[in-house]
Design a protein around this ligand. Structure first.
Ligand code: NAD
Length: 429
């Protein structure tokens, strides 16, 4: 099949490479010339495990090309996938200007019978607007479907090659048959629903997971007041099959390119339809306050950050990515510097991405041991593999009193950290 992928960001490049690896003829299209130039030369402009290799392989096989030309990409395509960004507008609603711009630009080149898939995360009702925009620019028959994307950065290639399910939001029988065939080589779990349900399913998945993180944080706060350990509490409920042991992350709250904006968008949607007592509004609000509240707590604990050196481990929003969108470091590092701290920071992949976003006084170093050299406080923000098995004795020897070790991801046994000569502070324990 001939597939055009509009938008070669995180989702676009992964999707284009995966469908090309299945033998489809794929063209990736973006308005960002630098990005396309890099991709043409076989270089993924961001870090995602396994993607670089897949890109080079599919390009060498001749299944994947890149262009900035709508005419080249869309002409002859059986399927056009829209994967442009959908950031939150100032009022929290989804800003759909890139989706609409892509719809307008593709219209003159669509071939008869083409299927346009909206993979960007968009609110219900978007497809009719997209349909209206395309219809203004073409005379051919085309159909629109929603196939939301559920991949996770850090495991995006694996998630796309072997998804738990593909949700296809379509009503036209031919479209359903074509898209089912396309996705069946990836998963047998193809769920056919109406487009509005597919769009809501995407929000529902992210908002549910974000709510689980918020729930764990709320539990953690209570545990800190009564001697319980939130990790033990979660172990105590996880065996209940209705609850499960997976996806419990008490910590700094959720970040990244999707959860914060998707929760904000569903909260804004709830407000616009008059559902002002929504749990989604509360989750967004609690998450916004999470880091400032924790920092106030930590400030008291250490007797004020002013004049103290803090070693920061982890700048990306999660492990195995260099994506810093809504990363905890972007709130914590400026907070520390505003409160008089000296910051030394490290990350395996995201230093270059962080530099323009953080205050210029930050010192960047190569590894965790360098970050905590001469530091009063170590803050583990992101659980990269190399930060999960630190030589605690070496960390303690590099630091100066009071040697606080803030384990914001609950990765360490508090007793082992204490035995190494550090003062342990986890989340909810
Ligand atoms: N990143 C994720 O983990 C993830 C996961 C699931 C769903 N999503 C959703 O997928 C969509 C894309 O996310 P992303 O993280 O890949 O975004 P991104 O910002 O990394 O990439 C978007 C790309 O679209 C391009 N673009 C913008 N307007 C364009 C136009 N008119 N024509 C061609 N290209 C255009 C941009 O230049 C950019 O390269 C969003 O709706 C997001 O919510 C993202």
């Amino acid at each position: 099949m001939k597939i055009a992928c509009i938008g070669t960001g995180f989702v676009g490049v992964v999707t284009a490479a995966v469908f090309a690896s299945l033998g489809n003829e794929v063209v990736g299209l973006d308005i960002d010339e630098k990005k396309i130039d890099s991709l043409r030369h076989g270089v993924v402009p961001f870090y995602e495990p396994g993607l670089q290799e897949l890109l080079v392989k599919t390009q060498a096989e001749g299944h994947l090309t890149f262009t900035t030309s709508y005419e080249l990409a869309i002409s002859g395509a059986d399927i056009v996938m829209i994967m442009v960004g959908t950031p939150s507008a100032a009022d929290g609603t989804a800003d759909l200007k890139y989706v609409y711009a892509a719809s307008e630009a593709m219209a003159p080149y669509l071939k008869e019978g083409a299927i346009v898939i909206v993979k960007s995360t968009v609110p219900p009702g978007t497809n009719s607007k997209v349909h209206e925009i395309i219809e203004r620019g073409t005379k051919v028959f085309f159909d629109i479907a929603s196939v939301p994307e559920f991949l996770k950065e850090g495991t995006a290639v694996e998630d796309t090659l072997h998804p738990d399910r593909a949700v296809i939001g379509a009503t036209n029988e031919r479209t359903i048959a074509t898209l089912t065939k396309l996705h069946e080589s990836l998963t047998k779990n193809v769920v056919i629903v109406r487009p509005e349900s597919a769009q809501m399913a995407k929000y529902a998945a992210n908002v549910y997971l974000a709510s689980r993180i918020t729930f764990a944080n709320q539990m953690a706060d209570l545990c800190e007041l009564n001697g319980a350990d939130v990790q033990e509490v979660l172990a105590g409920i996880g065996q209940d099959k209705r609850i499960g042991t997976h996806y419990w992350y008490p910590g700094l709250g959720y970040g990244g390119s999707c959860f914060p904006k998707d929760v904000k968008e569903i909260a804004a949607y709830a407000r616009t339809v008059g559902e002002t007592e929504s749990i989604f509004i509360a989750v967004d609000d609690l998450n916004e306050k999470r880091i400032p509240r924790l920092m106030e707590k930590y400030d008291k604990l250490v007797g004020g950050f002013a004049g103290k050196t803090v070693g920061i481990l982890g700048l990306s929003f999660k492990p195995n990515t260099n994506d810093t969108r809504v990363a905890p470091s972007l709130k914590i590092v400026p907070w520390l510097i505003e409160h008089g701290a000296i910051v030394r920071a490290t990350d395996p992949k995201a230093i270059d991405e962080s530099k323009p976003l953080l205050p210029s006084s930050v010192t960047y170093v190569e590894n965790a041991y360098e970050a905590v050299r001469g530091a009063h406080i170590a803050m583990l923000l992101i659980e990269w593999d190399e930060y999960k098995k630190l030589d605690l004795g070496k960390i303690a020897a590099s630091m100066v009193a009071p040697k606080y070790f803030f384990d914001t991801r609950n990765q360490y046994d508090p007793a082992a950290v204490t035995a190494a000569g550090l003062q342990y502070k986890g989340i909810g324990r």
